[in-house]
Design a protein around this ligand. Structure first.
Ligand SMILES: [Zn+2]
Length: 124
């Protein structure tokens, strides 16, 4: 399985009020996760290569980049979903709710940009 977009029906709740909507999320297969990890590793090596050209700072930046890169690569590899689009209204003020979370892990908690209430988002 490579990357595919899956649409989920969701429910946003605040106390007893709720609204329904949809979330589109990319689901990465093993091959796509491996490709993303390789790209991340190459970017980390590129950053370390650029840092080599900075006099003085390269003593710190190059080892720091090379030490942090396994953690960054692990983080990218462990991400199996990525939210690309969310269409849902705030259950309290009924304005469109912006979903800032990148991973699709339910329940999601988002703050409404209008009324600043914490909204719980679950699968419908
Ligand atoms: Zn609101």
């Amino acid at each position: 399985m490579t990357t595919e977009v899956i649409t989920h029906h969701i429910v946003a709740r605040y106390s007893e009020e709720s609204t329904k909507g949809t979330i589109e999320a990319l689901h990465f297969g093993e091959k796509a996760k491996l490709e993303r990890s390789i790209k991340t590793a190459l970017v980390c090596l590129g950053i370390a290569g650029v840092c080599l050209c900075i006099p003085g700072a390269h003593f710190v930046l190059v080892p720091l980049t090379l030490l942090l890169s396994p953690f960054i690569i692990y983080k990218v590899h462990s991400q199996d979903t990525k939210i690309v689009k969310a269409e849902i209204a705030c259950p309290k003020c009924h304005k469109p709710l912006e979903v800032l979370s990148s991973q699709e892990r339910y329940p999601l908690f988002e703050n409404c940009g209008e009324c600043h209430r914490e909204i719980r988002i679950d699968k419908a």
